[in-house]
Design a protein around this ligand. Structure first.
Ligand SMILES: C[S@@+](CC[C@H](N)C(=O)[O-])C[C@H]1O[C@@H](n2cnc3c(N)ncnc32)[C@H](O)[C@@H]1O
Length: 574
C-alpha cells in the first residue's frame, strides 16, 4: 500500500457513495491550503484510513539480531568463492550492521565481514578502518585470530594501495557572473507570461562549455541507496558506513554526519522512516526534506513564519540573493520562490496532493517530536502550508542526482538522491535539450550540449525526451507534472526511429546520466559513424574507466559530447 492507493481508494469510495460532488465542492471552497489538507485529513481519519495505515505499515523497524544474522548469511553467500558478488555482499553486510542490536556481537561481525570485502578489493585502508570498527564494537574473542591475521596482512599491503583519487573540479568556462558567483557571466534571467522565468545567454556558447556549478540547498537520499551512501552527505562511502542508533534504514559515513543528521532532519524522519520509504516516493521525500531543512534554519517556527510572510521573500530567484552573505536562510529565499503552478492545478490534482500531504503530516506530527516543536495550531497550519507548497514545487523543480563517479561494480543506471537547486530550477524544458547536468557528488555542473547563439535560451530536459517517448506521451507528462504545453523544436520529431538502438555501449562508460544516453540515441547515426574513433579513445584511456578518475573523464566527456552532438538531426534547424 502506498499513498496513491489511499487516495485512489478514497476517491473510489466517495464515487460509490455518490459523495464526490459534495466533498469536492466543499474542498474547493476552502481557500487556504492547510484548510484543504486538514479537511482531507479528517475524512481519512473518519473513514479509518489512518488507522489502516498504522496497522499495516511499520513506522520504523526495530533492531533485531535475528534479522541481522539472516542478512549476514545472505551476504556471506554473495561473498562466497562460488558467487564473488562483492558489491551485493557489502550491501547485505551493511543491512546486517543496521539491524544489529546495540552492543551485540552482530554489529562487530558485520564490520569484520565488511573488512573481508575490502581485503578482496585490495582497499587495505578501508579494510583496516573496518577492523578498527569491529574491535571498538567488541569483536568476539573466539573469532579474533581471523581478524588479527587480516590486520597483519593489511598492514603489510597497505603501502601498495594507490592514493585516493582526488575528484576533479570542473571549472566554469567563463568568468563568474557579477551577481551569482556560481554561474557564467553571460547568463541572464528573462520572464514571459507564457514561459515564466528562463535563462538566456548573452554570448555564443559552444559544446562542452560549463556554464554553472551549483550546490543544492538540500538533498535527500533515495531509499534503494540507503545501505550504500551516507544519508547526510550522500557520498558513496559504503566503505565505512555506520548505522543510525535507532532505525535500520539509515547509515552515515562518520560520527559527524550522524550527529548533524540527528540534530536536523533525521530527528523527525527517524521515528517513521520505514513508513516514509514504503508509502511515499522520491518527490514526496524531497518535499519533506526541503520543508524540514527550512525549519532547521531558524530558532523557532515563529521566525520562519515571519520570513515566509515577508513580501520580499515571495517569488524570488538566485538573481535576487545577496551573495556577500549567502547564509542558508538567504539560499532558501530562492527555493521558497520556486514555481508551485498552483493556479494551473485542477481540483482533483489538489485533492490528491492534499491526501499525500495529510498522510505525511499526520504521521510526522503524531509520531515524532515535530508536533512539540510546532507548538499550537498556528505553527501546525504553517507547517502544513509549507509542506503543501513543497509538494507542489518538488515535481516541477527538483532534480534527480545521477551517478557519474561510480566505481566498479556499484549499481549503475540510477539516481542516488534528489536535490533542490535554485539556479538549475530556472531552466525551462525542451524535448531536445541544449544543456546537460552532470553531477560530482551532489554538486551539479551544467554543460552545453549544442551550440547556442547569443540571445538563445538554455534548455534542460525534464525526462520527456523526443528520442525516447512519443509526442502524445511527452505532452501528457509535461502538462500533468509540469503544467505547460510544450512547443519546442523537437516536439514534432518521430521518436520511434531512435528507440531501442544499440547505442548504449558508446556512452555509459562516461556517464550513467540518462540524458547523455538519450543524447546518444538522438545522435545515433553520427555516433555509429564515429564509434571506432570513440572506442579507440576509450582504449587509450583505459585506466580512467570505469570513471572514478574524473580528470580523464572530463576529456572523455567533452569528446563524447562533440561526437554525439556535432551531427544532431536538428542541425539543419540551428
Ligand atoms: C523548473 S521550472 C522552470 C522555471 C520556471 N519557468 C519559473 O518561472 O520558475 C519548471 C516550470 O517552468 C515552466 N516551463 C518549463 N519549460 C517550459 C516551456 N518550454 N514552456 C513553457 N513553460 C515552461 C512550467 O511551469 C514548469 O512547471
Amino acid at each position: 500500500m502506498d499513498v496513491y492507493d489511499v487516495s485512489d481508494d478514497l476517491i473510489k469510495k466517495l464515487n460509490d457513495w455518490k459523495l464526490i460532488g459534495i466533498i469536492s465542492g466543499k474542498f474547493n471552497e476552502l481557500k487556504e491550503n492547510h484548510s484543504k489538507v486538514n479537511f482531507v485529513e479528517h475524512a481519512l481519519i473518519d473513514f479509518k484510513y489512518m488507522e489502516k495505515i498504522f496497522l499495516n505499515v511499520t513506522l520504523r523497524e526495530s533492531k533485531c539480531n535475528k534479522r541481522s544474522v539472516e542478512f549476514r548469511m545472505l551476504g556471506n553467500e554473495q561473498f562466497s568463492l562460488k558467487n564473488r558478488k562483492y558489491f551485493q555482499a557489502l550491501e547485505l553486510y551493511n543491512k546486517s550492521i543496521c539491524y544489529a542490536e546495540p552492543n551485540s556481537e552482530n554489529l562487530s561481525i558485520g564490520y569484520a565481514n565488511r573488512s573481508a570485502v575490502f581485503f578482496e578489493w585490495k582497499r587495505y585502508r578501508e579494510c583496516l578502518a573496518n577492523i578498527e570498527l569491529a574491535r571498538k564494537a567488541n569483536y568476539p574473542e573466539r573469532l579474533r585470530h581471523k581478524l588479527d591475521k587480516r590486520e597483519r596482512d593489511c598492514q603489510q599491503l597497505v603501502q601498495q594501495q594507490p592514493p585516493d583519487i582526488v575528484p576533479y573540479n570542473f571549472k566554469m568556462s567563463f568568468d563568474a557572473h557579477p551577481q551569482v558567483p556560481f554561474i557564467a557571466n553571460c547568463l541572464e534571467m528573462r520572464e514571459t507570461p507564457d514561459e515564466g522565468r528562463f535563462i538566456v545567454t548573452t554570448q555564443d556558447l559552444v559544446v562542452g562549455d560549463i556554464v554553472a556549478t551549483e550546490e543544492p540547498f538540500c538533498s535527500s537520499l533515495l531509499a534503494p541507496m540507503r545501505y550504500i551512501r551516507c544519508s547526510n552527505c550522500k557520498e558513496e562511502r559504503y566503505l565505512t558506513l555506520i548505522p543510525c542508533d535507532n532505525c535500520c534504514s539509515v547509515m552515515f559515513c562518520s560520527e559527524e554526519c550522524k550527529k548533524r543528521a540527528n540534530s536536523t532532519f533525521h530527528k523527525y524522519e527517524c521515528p517513521i522512516i520505514d513508513l516514509l520509504h514504503r508509502m511515499f516516493n522520491k518527490i514526496h521525500c524531497i518535499a519533506l526534506r526541503t520543508t524540514l531543512s527550512a525549519l532547521d534554519l531558524y530558532g523557532s517556527i515563529e521566525e520562519l513564519m515571519a520570513f515566509c510572510e515577508q513580501p520580499q521573500n515571495q517569488h524570488k530567484s538566485v538573481f535576487d540573493l545577496d551573495y556577500t552573505q549567502l547564509t542558508p536562510q538567504e539560499h532558501y529565499r530562492a527555493i521558497h520562490g520556486l514555481v508551485t503552478n498552483q493556479h494551473l492545478r485542477s481540483v482533483s490534482d489538489l485533492f490528491q496532493r492534499s491526501v499525500v500531504c495529510a498522510v505525511l503530516k499526520h504521521f510526522i506530527m503524531e509520531y515524532t517530536p515535530l508536533k512539540e516543536y510546532l507548538g499550537g495550531e498556528e505553527g501546525r497550519n504553517f507547517f502544513t502550508d509549507l509542506l503543501f507548497r513543497h509538494l507542489q514545487t518538488s515535481p516541477s523543480n527538483m532534480h534527480g542526482i545521477d551517478l557519474v563517479e561510480q566505481a566498479n561494480e556499484t549499481k549503475d543506471d540510477q539516481s542516488h538522491s534528489s536535490g533542490a537547486y535554485a539556479f538549475l530550477s530556472l531552466l525551462n524544458h525542451s524535448c531536445a535539450p541544449n544543456t546537460l547536468r552532470i553531477y560530482e557528488g551532489v554538486k551539479a555542473y551544467l554543460f552545453v550540449l549544442r551550440p547556442i547563439k547569443a540571445g538563445g535560451v538554455l534548455y534542460d530536459n525534464y525526462g520527456a525526451h523526443f528520442a525516447v517517448f512519443g509526442k502524445k506521451q511527452r505532452q501528457e507528462t509535461l502538462s500533468m507534472q509540469y503544467r505547460f504545453n510544450c512547443k519546442c523544436e523537437a516536439c514534432e520529431l518521430d521518436y520511434a526511429k531512435y528507440r531501442n538502438l544499440p547505442f548504449k555501449a558508446s556512452v555509459p562508460l562516461v556517464s550513467n546520466d540518462t540524458d547523455l544516453k538519450l543524447l546518444g540515441a538522438y545522435n545515433y547515426e553520427f555516433a555509429l559513424n564515429n564509434y571506432q574513433k570513440y572506442c579507440d579513445f576509450l582504449t587509450q584511456n583505459a585506466d580512467a574507466f570505469p570513471c572514478a578518475q574524473i580528470s580523464s573523464a572530463e576529456e572523455c566527456l567533452k569528446m563524447a559530447l562533440h561526437i554525439m552532438v556535432d551531427a544532431v538531426p536538428l542541425k539543419a534547424k540551428m
